[in-house]
Design a protein around this ligand. Structure first.
Ligand SMILES: Nc1nc2c(c(=O)[nH]1)N[C@H]1C(S)=C(S)[C@@H](COP(=O)(O)O)O[C@H]1N2
Ligand SMILES: [Mo]
Length: 323
């Protein structure tokens, strides 16, 4: 008899808050409803086209939609943090779709690597082996959360392509710089370009992901087109959008928010309900687009619910000091 062992990251049925809410937005139902041909055309896009044969992206059974309750697409794409296009949540949707071009888009992989790369994002997706879908929790340091069905590829694949040297200990990510199209970049709200970083072992963890799509469509500009980082066990600000450069380094990169306000935002930014932000509690979170009138907040989980996958990365590290 074949007994299937439940993987750690397959969340229990009890985690599902509203099955019906998801169905409305279930991409496979959507495909059935509109017919595959039309859907193919609708989905024919940069990443999805580039990933030949990967259309629509296959759900990674490790991170299924059925285990969580994905936030409606409308909320994911209209409640955004993207300071290059303003600090108000509704601004990026408008300002990032005015005259900012995210196609074509070149990505550079450089630094302490044997195989530096400079290539179009579509070629990068192809080289990384195409895309898959993963449904992840998304928790902002501002104490709100969503559940997002991402399309993309594991960051570990990109690390393998670059063949880092043994001296590479960190990965530094740099976002685009285009003040003419991104009004926030000349507003002084942050230092630009936006920079983020990971330890190399964090970058190689199975959860670390490069997203190129949401809900089976190319990632909208306001969510970080054409590719952004997703590290679901960390606060959202680690998920740098619209990446142009990925550099392997020997030293810990100084990430934008740490540089702006180091007493409040650190390098690690691991989701931790026991370590409050100096100005607010991190013990619970507002559920954006909640489908339940009775449940608009929920307790925040250690490492955002991904403790099993990532806790071993931080053995012996004081998480209160290394926030
Ligand atoms: N380049 C860039 N990346 C960024 C940000 C930003 O302002 N600029 N905001 C971060 C923050 S604070 C969060 S919570 C997430 C928001 O992603 P979303 O708008 O797709 O929900 O993006 C992160 N990545
Ligand atoms: Mo955030």
């Amino acid at each position: 008899m074949f007994i299937r062992t439940k993987k750690d990251w397959e969340l229990p049925e009890s985690a599902v808050t509203s099955e019906q809410a998801y169905r409305t937005h279930n991409r496979r139902d959507f495909l059935k409803a509109v017919g595959l041909g039309a859907a193919g055309a609708a989905l024919a896009s940069r990443g999805l086209l580039a990933a030949t044969g990967g259309l629509p992206a296959k759900e990674n059974p490790a991170f299924p939609a059925s285990a969580l309750n994905p936030t409606a697409e409308e909320f994911i794409t209209s409640y955004n943090n993207f300071y290059e296009f303003g600090t108000a949540k509704e601004q990026p949707k408008v300002l990032a779709n005015r005259d900012w071009k995210t196609e074509p888009w070149t990505v550079e992989v450089t630094g302490l690597v044997d195989k530096p790369l400079k290539l179009d994002v579509n070629d990068l997706i192809k080289q990384a082996g195409g895309i898959e879908e993963r449904v992840y929790r998304h928790r902002c340091v501002e104490a709100w959360s969503m559940v997002v069905p991402w399309d993309g590829f594991p960051l570990a694949k990109l690390v393998a392509l670059a063949a880092p040297k043994s001296t590479a200990k960190f990965v530094k990510f740099t976002s685009f710089l285009d003040p003419k199209s991104a009004p926030g970049q000349s507003s002084g709200n942050l230092d630009y370009p936006y920079v983020e970083g990971l330890r190399i072992d964090e970058a190689m963890n199975e959860l670390a992901f490069i997203a190129t799509g949401i809900y089976g469509k190319p990632i909208p500009n306001q969510n970080g087109a054409p590719l952004r980082l997703v590290t679901p066990w960390k606060y959202g600000f680690k998920g740098i959008k619209s990446i142009v450069k990925i550099e392997f380094t020997g030293n810990e990169p100084i990430n934008t928010w740490k540089q702006m306000q180091g007493s409040e935002y650190g390098f690690y930014a691991n989701v931790n309900p026991n370590v409050d932000h100096p100005r607010w509690s991190q013990a619970s979170e507002q559920i954006i687009g909640s489908t339940s009138l009775l449940r608009s907040r929920q307790p925040t989980l250690m490492f955002n619910g991904y403790e099993k996958q990532v806790a071993s990365l931080y053995t012996g590290l004081d998480l209160r000091r290394n926030y």
